[in-house]
Design a protein around this ligand. Structure first.
Ligand code: F6R
Ligand code: MG
Ligand code: MG
Length: 383
């Protein structure tokens, strides 16, 4: 029997700003899914990361199943109703369309799904990030699947000897899914060439080349491409199968120790380090730091074990301290240079209007006008 794992997540309202959903909101979503998903789901796990609520569902209906997507959409609608009743901030924020139309993709919530034949034991990790976008996973998953500095199994295990195939999406292309498949290790430099641009090229999935098995899937939606204006960052989710033909769980986690700089945090418009946090964590400093949480499971006959919090360990306290220092360091330069995202990535329109206004106030000096400082030596009038 094949098992499908579907993760669908949305921000439909939170307490105290874009910080954390209320317990009642989460309960509403959970009760709705458990009640209405009885005949569809084999299991479900509900969690929050920052202001986002995620549904991790196991079923046997394959990916892109309209009933599963509708269930999640309706659950988030129910959650929105609770958010409105409680006066939560940003109620219904990620539900960008008025009604469900067959597939959740393009409607606002982020999703990633994989279908596979269960191994006798099937470990996997579910990641959820807040205050950042899908490109945040580019570096850690590149390193976990293609770099022996993190994945010792690439050297030591014959099961991964042929490497992995990366499917990478151009998320700026809105008319359809524009994708490319590249093989590690032969095409490592091509993969790196694309993945350096986190805002445009995003890992969609990774497969084991020897077996063709799906190893990793990432949500690739860009909210600002869907809505055309700022509605929040894309706050990506991902699933990674681990052990055996895939990286060990510890190899998948290894690159998250870097706390690399990603796009996001305050107003979705800055660079900041990605902090690995405990499950159900909140958001704080400068609407950040951008966070990622990880829940490890085994799934068997479509039933989940309890979740293990992969970043709840003394090692990650040390990482969090280092990442805090990195966050403070880049914040010290405020809006200047690499601290703030380039114009094309700013999530608020205000600065564009301001630039328009200022543009009209610029003048070009005529040759015969002398500058107050004598022109700084640039254009000296002939004597
Ligand atoms: C970033 C984010 C927050 C908000 C900020 C202002 O993704 O959600 O940083 O952008 O708190 O929020 P508004 O514009 O709702 O007042
Ligand atoms: Mg929000
Ligand atoms: Mg969010």
């Amino acid at each position: 029997m094949k098992t499908t794992l579907s993760v669908i997540k949305a921000d439909v309202g939170s307490i105290g700003g874009h910080i954390k959903p209320s317990a009642r909101l989460k309960q509403t979503v959970e009760e709705f899914v458990r009640e209405n998903g009885k005949s569809l789901l084999m299991d479900v796990y509900i969690s929050s990361t920052g202001d986002d609520v995620a549904l991790l569902m196991a079923h046997d209906r394959g990916v892109d199943d309209s009933k599963i997507h509708q269930l999640a959409w309706d659950a988030f609608m129910a959650g929105t109703k609770t958010a409105r009743e409680q006066g939560l901030y940003g109620a219904g924020q990620d539900l960008l369309k008025d009604s469900f139309s067959g597939n959740i993709r393009g409607l606002g919530p982020a999703s990633c799904e994989m279908e596979f034949e269960e191994r006798p034991n099937e470990p996997f990790i579910f990641f959820a990030a807040d205050k950042t976008d899908p490109g945040a996973y580019n570096l850690p998953f590149y390193l976990a699947f293609a770099d022996p500095m993190h994945n010792a199994g690439l050297l030591l295990s014959p099961k991964m000897a042929k490497g992995f195939t990366f499917t990478i999406m151009d998320v700026n292309h809105t008319e359809g899914d524009r994708i490319i498949e590249l093989n590690a290790p032969e095409e490592l430099y091509d993969i790196a060439c694309l993945l350096r641009d986190n805002e445009r090229f995003v890992i969609e999935s990774i497969r084991n080349r020897a077996t063709g098995e799906i190893a990793c899937v990432v949500s690739t939606s860009r909210l600002h491409n869907i809505a055309g204006t700022y509605t929040g960052k894309d706050d990506p989710v991902a699933l990674v199968r681990s052990q055996g033909n895939f990286p060990a769980t510890g190899e998948v986690l290894s690159p998250f120790r870097i706390g690399h700089y990603v796009a996001g945090t305050m107003r979705g418009s800055h660079h900041g380090p990605l902090m690995p946090v405990k499950l159900n964590s909140t958001i704080s400093f400068f609407d950040g730091p951008a966070v990622v949480s990880g829940a490890a499971f085994c799934v068997h006959d479509g039933k989940f074990t309890e979740a293990v919090d992969v970043f709840d360990h003394p090692f990650w306290e040390w990482v969090r301290n280092n990442v805090s220092a990195k966050a403070a360091e880049i914040r010290a330069q405020g809006f200047s240079g690499p601290a703030m995202l380039p114009m094309s990535e700013l999530e608020y329109g205000g600065v564009v209007e301001k630039m328009g206004e200022l543009d009209g106030r610029f003048t070009v000096r005529k040759d015969e006008q002398s500058a107050p400082d004598g022109g700084n030596g640039r254009k000296k009038k002939a004597a």
